[in-house]
Design a protein around this ligand. Structure first.
Ligand code: 2PG
Ligand code: MG
Length: 425
């Protein structure tokens, strides 16, 4: 006999930080509302991500999610009502079976994920545990915040090719100190950027970073490094990018558009070899396009010691990661729950990554809500690194602020990942 039965599941349409509809799900247990979760959404998405069901038509420009909401309220709620809320694996398995397609295109990954996450929250609340503790009794690692302080690519209105220019306060003594450093550096960076590039440059991009009208990658890096130098924290800071190179790639010519120049794969690899010899860069996400497992293997070899993260390459999918493990492509996985569509499958991908010596970087989507769920998830994974934008705008700060609460709750048991961000345990 199940002890804590799901008594109702109810979804609704809400809007995300871009004003685009998304799914929110409530899970009721034994007649009490216990868990609520919002589904995030990407803009620079990979082709192999699970399917996000949108309504089409004219309402919200076609981006409505009433069909996904209806799928939760009718089909999924019907199938799961009466199940024990703590049976996460079996609940997720049931939804995958109910959908019946390889990419969740029947019910929509946004419908399925909303339920999966709300079920986890509801179970934790029912057992009176914080979510990270419910998911892992050994959870204790606070992640390095990978702060995207300069936005480019699809997340901005400028012509910077790379999507994210990130600083990582690996030398801080704790998560709260790391957060303070980044907020102080951001407060230095903003007026510096305005002075150099004009006041429009400090309007923020989708992830809260500044958007200076820069084309040259080094110029953006120099700006960031100068702000860091002025802060006095330089010895504690290292750098990272998300290149999102799938979106810089032209299939017809097999070339990449970097800084307005057209480069072959080999030239891209040489570009990064030179860059990492000039700057303290420790991590590069998606330096090549999503189908190039061989190129990812080559760049991982060439840039020995640098974290190479596969985002569009792996899409948090175990099968794609398995393929990467065979060819030694990249050495870390970007971990986004909505790329795969259930918490269980995302957890399995993380386990597979860690077991094979790969790192796991938990990530926001550019389209987020105020739901801080990934803060608990990164601690639950002892993941060591989180990418959730600049320390501004509530959909970003919600995650950082939740991590501050977790750090306080863990007290002396908390370990800040610091320089061990790739292998924190
Ligand atoms: C990425 C992300 C999140 P999006 O590429 O890593 O930072 O962007 O959610 O638009 O895919
Ligand atoms: Mg990415």
């Amino acid at each position: 006999m199940p002890q804590h039965k799901i008594s109702a599941i109810k979804a609704r349409e809400i809007i995300d930080c871009r004003g685009t509809p998304t799914v929110q799900v409530d899970v009721w247990v034994d007649g009490v509302l216990r868990g609520r979760a919002d589904v995030p959404s990407g803009r620079s998405t990979g082709s192999y991500e699970a399917y996000e069901l949108r309504d089409g038509g004219t309402r919200y420009g076609g981006f409505g999610v009433q069909k996904a909401v209806a799928n939760v309220n009718a089909i999924i709620a019907d199938a799961l009502t009466g199940k024990d809320v703590t049976e996460q694996r079996s609940i997720d398995r049931d939804m995958v079976a109910l959908d019946g397609t390889p990419n969740k295109s029947h019910l929509g990954a946004n419908a399925i994920l909303g339920v999966s996450l709300a079920v986890a929250r509801a179970a934790a609340a029912t057992l009176d545990l914080p979510l990270y503790r419910y998911l892992n009794s050994e959870a204790h690692v606070l992640p390095v915040p990978m702060m995207n302080l300069i936005n480019g690519g699809k997340l901005s209105s400028n012509d910077l090719c790379f999507q994210e220019f990130i600083m990582m306060p690996v030398g801080a003594a704790s998560f709260s100190e790391a957060l303070r450093m980044t907020a102080e550096i951001n407060a230095i960076l903003r007026p510096m950027t305005a002075e150099r590039y004009g006041k429009l440059a400090i309007n923020v991009g989708d992830e809260g970073g500044v958007v200076p009208p820069i084309v040259d990658v080094r110029e953006a890096l120099d700006l960031l490094c100068e702000a860091v130098a002025r802060s006095g924290y330089a010895e504690h800071i290292v750098y990272a990018f998300d290149c999102a190179a799938t979106h810089l790639y032209d299939k017809a010519t097999s070339r990449y558009s970097f800084e307005g120049r057209s480069l072959t794969r080999d030239e891209v690899i040489r570009f990064f070899e030179k860059l990492v010899s000039e700057y303290p860069i420790v991590s590069i996400e998606d330096p090549l396009q999503e189908d190039d497992f061989e190129g990812f293997a080559e760049i991982t070899r060439a840039l020995r010691g640098i974290q190479i993260i596969g985002d569009d390459l792996f899409v948090t999918n175990k099968d794609r990661l398995a393929q990467g493990l065979v060819s030694n492509s990249a050495n870390s996985v970007l971990w986004k729950v909505n790329q795969i569509g259930t918490l269980t499958e995302a957890m399995e991908t993380a386990t597979m990554a860690f077991r094979n010596g790969y790192g796991v970087c938990v990530s926001e989507r550019s389209g987020e809500t105020e739901d801080p769920m990934i803060a608990d998830l990164v601690v639950a994974l002892n993941g060591g690194q989180i990418k959730t934008g600049a320390p501004v705008r509530s959909e970003r700060t919600a995650k950082y602020n939740r991590l501050l609460q977790i750090e306080e709750e863990l007290g002396s048991a908390a370990t800040y990942a610091g320089r061990a961000f790739r292998r924190p345990v």
